[in-house]
Design a protein around this ligand. Structure first.
Ligand code: PXG
Ligand code: PLP
Length: 437
């Protein structure tokens, strides 16, 4: 017999299940910048859900588009069949990117986008007669979702340690976090571009002819907002180009306006061969992801007999009709409200507001870019992550949703946030920080 009030059946993702179920935090509705909690409070969204509701919540044009789609075409296969909105969505999406990114492969999540991108990279080299290029390079502290490919190139040890031997042939670049030299930097840190040179060492060790791809987040979000030092991404691009290695930007968080440009590739002026996206693609409404490739990648696959399948890969729900409808409406809304560049206008206010927390209890670093901020705290002796988790709970009690990872607070509000709401958010964060010892 089902019991809606028992919390046991739902094995919650990335959650301390027993702790949570003793004192649950449930969202029951949402509108604009606010959630409503099950105990009847308004909760200011400081994290755009999980970095995904960039246009804020329950936006009418998106809701309507999904409702209409659900009543028109519930599902259609996209294996040797298709439906019109899939093409429209792909056209709309690629038109947000610079010239030369004309093709997109649809998935249902960031994790699937990453695994798809890694598979495309391997198959690309094989299609070009370089099938020996099989090695993949990720980065320490990188987050690339939870598929076996993603955790293999990812660099967060708790996400890897329980899951066996993972993919073979993977190396990791050093992460770029440098508290000693860069603490309290506003925007892009000055020090650390030389960390890209580690790529040359890895490449020399294995010989460039064996390496398929390098994957990095342009700005590492999930691991606690680690920014790329000045010149770092450019260096990675140069080294990859020199050795015929594909560069993949995982833009699951940075895509769709988070930094003030449509994508991080625009923001940094560095063009990867492959871009992975998800989250903001449908404003978090219908699960969807996309892998966008430069034309030379797609073209490399289009050489065999025309009746042959070029890529043996795809998901039952690739380009699901509801996801396509949601995605098209989302892109229209981003355009109509100028949301893909709105963070540029707000970022100075945002930066000042978050850096005003310097000097508060236990704060050892503050970093920011676009509408993202990281606030790093000293960990409590022998209890890593506990201090930040207590701050998270305090903030929730006080009416704001924030995100913590280890002892870092990560903030990434919807891009519709107003200055007064930035003040509200930082006010709650300040109080919460100071109430936790
Ligand atoms: N790549 C990157 C860069 C991500 O940030 C994924 C891949 C995986 O996406 P899916 O849709 O499979 O979850 C992500 C997801 C956090 C947090 O607390 C971040 C993510 C997911 C959950 C929590 O920062 N990023
Ligand atoms: N497992 C089984 C038994 C399947 O038949 C399928 C798809 O047909 C899958 C997994 C993969 O599911 P999806 O395409 O939704 O990723």
């Amino acid at each position: 017999m089902s019991n809606p009030n028992q919390l046991e059946s739902f094995w919650m993702p990335f959650t301390a299940n027993r702790d949570f179920k003793k004192d649950p935090r449930l969202m029951v509705s949402a509108d604009g910048m606010y959630y409503a909690s099950h105990d009847g409070r308004q909760i200011l969204d400081g994290t755009a859900g999980l970095w995904c509701c960039n246009a804020g919540h329950n936006r009418e044009p998106i809701v309507k588009a999904i409702q209409e789609a659900a009543g028109t075409l519930d599902y259609a296969p996209n294996f040797q069949m298709a439906h019109p909105t899939a093409f429209e969505f792909a056209n709309r999406l690629t038109s947000l990117l610079p010239d030369g990114y004309e093709h997109t492969f649809f998935t249902n999540s960031g994790s699937e986008s990453v695994d798809t991108a890694l598979k495309i990279a391997l198959a690309y080299h094989r299609a070009k007669g370089e099938g020996q290029r099989t090695r993949l390079i990720g980065r320490e502290r990188g987050y690339h979702g939870v598929g076996f490919g993603g955790i293999s190139v990812g660099g967060i040890s708790p996400n890897r340690q329980a899951f066996g031997s993972l993919l073979p042939g993977v190396d990791h670049l050093p992460h770029t976090h440098d508290l000693e030299r860069n603490a309290f930097t506003r925007g892009i840190p000055a020090h650390g571009a030389e960390k890209a040179n580690a790529l040359e060492n890895i490449i020399t060790l294995h010989d460039p002819s064996n390496i398929a791809a390098v994957i990095v987040e342009p700005l590492a979000g999930s691991t606690g907002v680690l920014l790329p030092p000045k010149g770092y991404l450019q260096k990675l691009r140069e080294i990859c180009t020199k050795h015929g290695i594909l560069l993949i930007f995982d833009e699951v968080i940075t895509g769709f306006g988070r930094l003030g440009s449509p994508f991080a590739t625009d923001y940094f002026g560095v063009q990867p061969d492959i871009i992975t996206t998800a989250k903001g693609l449908t404003n978090g409404t219908v699960p969807a992801g996309a892998v966008i490739v430069q034309d030379h990648i797609y073209d490399a696959f289009m050489n065999g007999p025309e009746q042959a399948i070029e890529l043996f890969h795809g998901y039952t729900y690739s380009a699901h009709p509801l996801a396509c409808a949601a995605g098209i409406a989302t892109i229209d809304l981003y355009r109509d409200e100028g949301l893909l560049t709105r963070a540029t206008k707000l970022s100075a206010y945002w930066e000042n507001a978050v850096h005003a927390l310097k000097g508060e209890r236990n704060v050892i670093d503050i970093r920011n870019l676009g509408l993202v901020a990281g606030i790093e705290l000293t960990p409590r002796e022998g209890e890593p992550g506990k201090r930040a988790m207590e701050i998270f709970k305090k903030a929730y009690e006080k009416g704001a949703l924030i995100r913590t990872t280890g002892d870092i607070i990560a903030l990434s509000p919807p891009l519709i946030i107003e200055e007064a709401q930035i003040d509200e958010l930082m006010g709650i964060v300040r109080e919460a920080i100071n109430e936790v010892y």
